[in-house]
Design a protein around this ligand. Structure first.
Ligand SMILES: *Cc1c(COP(=O)(O)O)cnc(C)c1O
Length: 462
């Protein structure tokens, strides 16, 4: 017997599988027709023709037996449901905000926050934009200005906290327009649009000190705050031994409220909320929620969904869970890297991003290289991914296309859904597409919707 000297200590998922859902790979000619009928937009593909679905981690979570139990015991009272009370007490305890306003999903919360906090013409500085967040800020008359650190725009930078706010950039805006003209600072955790990159606790603390001195509110997009806290624990000194719950509580403590899409961190399929510290703002939010979402004790969610979310939030704080979650994403990143596929580093918390500019250097950004690669990955192996580049960025007020530095393809990992073997298949498909990159061209847009165009735009190869 010769046992190796190097026996690693691997992580594994702190759960086992009780129910399965069948999937199968459609034949190549069916995939070709499906992609053409979808106008080369992976959002328009029917799920039944998708083999491995990495379109999004939004609402694609697998729930636990305890969450399903909460579904069965849900209290569907119109007003004052037991599950509202259950969720409210979990949100108060875990995130630390006094007021909970449930909404049908994250954008419902963003709509209400933007309407109550932004006056026409006010500036909303943020650490990179998120599509629906910026839409609601602009819809309320606000002007979004990006204050993320420069490293965020560099897919080759190894900076551990690429999501951080550049306080000097913020200070220049504050000096230019005055603190009163700032609606609030919009602070996102694990910044989606730059690759799921975290903010550091030191940065949140510094931002809080800067803003509170000037009477500026900080509103957290806590959609992926728990995943961000895993990176703080593993990358920021002083946090190695702290429980995730404690880190999250400190992080939220530096902010005045949050919006959350429950479809991500909270391990449910639908739901979201706005949480606020201030009584007056909460009152305004409650007045709005009844008009746009539902009564302030359900806000568009069924009682059972609030119950499942309350359980999901507590499950998300378990270190064994969050480690398996984030490390599984890293596993895919390492596989892709081993084949030489250009990926954004460090690996994000919910997704791996392919760098389309490096894969298709011969395709100009106006021909949507990342959109094209997403289509090719589907053709190759029935794997659905999505574009995060020029299509997602949309157009400015004058109708010109924003040309973001980052032209990426996002491979988003649903929580507790796929195994490492699924990710092996995915990485091999991406590597095969990259091998034939020289023969791949661009796309032209044949239909462009007015807002959030990436969801419904249509394309054809040039
Ligand atoms: C998904 C998401 C939202 C919007 O939430 P929905 O539930 O999809 O409406 C807002 N911010 C971030 C960072 C998100 O990822």
């Amino acid at each position: 017997m010769r046992i190796s000297e190097n026996i690693p200590t691997s992580w594994c998922e702190p759960w086992k599988i009780k129910t399965i859902e069948h999937i199968s790979l459609a034949p190549p000619e069916i995939r070709q027709t499906a992609l053409e009928s979808a106008g080369w937009n992976t959002f328009l593909l029917p799920s039944r023709l998708v083999y491995i679905d990495l379109l999004t981690d939004s609402g694609t979570n697998a729930m636990s037996d305890q969450q399903w139990a909460a579904i069965m015991t849900g209290d569907e009272a119109y007003a004052g449901s037991k599950d509202f009370e259950r969720l409210e007490s979990v949100v108060q305890r875990v995130y630390g905000y006094k007021h909970l306003i449930p909404t049908h999903q994250g954008r419902g919360a963003e709509h209400i926050l933007s309407q109550i906090c932004i006056a026409k013409g006010q500036v909303v500085p943020g650490n990179m934009y998120f599509t629906t967040t910026k839409f609601h800020q602009e819809h309320a008359g606000g002007v979004f200005e990006d204050v993320i650190v420069d490293e965020a725009f560099d897919p080759h930078s190894g900076c551990p906290f690429k999501g951080n706010v550049d306080i000097e950039k913020l200070d220049r805006i504050v000096k230019r327009v005055g603190a009163a003209q700032i609606a609030y600072v919009s602070l996102e955790t694990n910044v989606n649009m730059c690759g799921g990159q975290p903010i550091s606790m030191a940065n949140a603390r510094e931002l809080h000190a800067y803003c509170s001195k000037r009477g500026i509110l900080v509103m957290l997009d806590a959609t992926r705050a728990v995943e961000n806290c895993y990176f703080i624990k593993t990358r920021e000194s002083g946090y190695e031994d702290k429980p995730i719950a404690e880190i999250l509580s400190e992080l939220c403590g530096y902010t005045d409220g949050c919006t959350i899409s429950g479809k991500k961190d909270c391990l449910v399929n639908i739901g979201g909320f706005l949480a606020l510290r201030d009584d007056g703002l909460a009152q305004k939010a409650r007045e709005m929620v009844v008009a746009f979402e539902g009564l302030h004790t359900y806000g568009g969610m069924a009682g059972r969904d609030m119950g499942a979310m309350a359980v999901g939030i507590l499950e998300s704080l378990d270190y064994a869970y969050i480690r398996a979650r984030v490390e599984q994403v890293g596993y895919l990143g390492k596989r892709l890297e081993s084949y030489g596929v250009p990926v954004v580093k460090p690996f994000g918390g919910h997704a791996i991003y392919l760098n389309a500019k490096d894969i298709l250097p011969h395709v100009p950004q106006e021909q949507y290289p990342a959109q094209r690669i997403a289509g090719e990955i589907y053709l190759e192996a029935g794997v659905r991914t999505m574009e995060r580049g020029i299509v997602s960025a949309g157009r400015d007020h004058d109708g010109n296309e924003y040309k973001p530095e980052l032209e990426l393809v996002r491979l988003t990992i649903p929580r507790r859904v796929y195994t490492q073997s699924h990710l092996d298949v995915v990485s091999e498909a991406c590597a095969r597409v990259c091998r034939r990159a020289e023969s791949i061209g661009g796309l032209r847009m044949t239909y462009e919707p007015g807002a959030l165009r990436f969801f419904q735009a249509r394309f054809e190869p040039v």
